[in-house]
Design a protein around this ligand. Sequence first.
Ligand code: BTN
Length: 228
Amino acid sequence: MKIQINHYTTIDSTNSALKQRALEGCQSGLIISALNQTQGRGRLGRSFSSAPGGLYISFLLDLDQSFLLTAKAAVAVSLTLDSLGFSPSIKWLNDIKINNKKVCGILAEAVKNQVVLGIGLNVCKESFDESLKDIACSLYDKYDLSLIKKTETLLIENLFKVLTLDNNAVFDYYKAHLSTLNKEITVYQWPNSYPAFALDLTEDYHLVVKKDDQIIELSTGEVSIRDR
Ligand code: BTN
């Protein structure tokens, strides 16, 4: 696969732009990266705060690389943060946290026989909106373009490395970094939510939870860890 990177200062959304390129017949291997997004998109139709100081990057990949792709992306981001000296944890399914605050979100979207994998990582944001300041964090707190570039290079290297790894190695790393296990959680299944206990992770990354006396396997959805 030939890797090519297009850099933007501002874009609406690197995922949207790459989806458009995919529809136009673009080959896998194209990467779009931006310093800020005007319409960054998150999971479940949410918006994703995308001010300067973040790394907003999307990868166009073959669909056959997408087996467990978001878990692989979470591992690639965690390896990158590990190598920079941070201690990341993964909140099921694919949020990356540092000190229990979200530093990175991942959104994978299929387009015909390809997949757009988008990663938004707060590298050096100096501030957050009021609604995010207690739940989000940044690696560094002073804007520095060279740190964004360095993080981008490491992340690209790690993603392509993780895509070649054996699935068991990815699973072991993911599970070892998963902060959700053995915790009291709230499961959100729109429009409902319920309290549960996170017991285990299956090999296909389903979260096994105990709700009252029932054991439930979650394949999608959202959980939060409950404070005691
Ligand atoms: C989430 O946490 O809900 C997922 C957020 C994914 C954000 C990234 S930033 C790069 C790419 N472009 C987008 O519009 N979204 C993804």
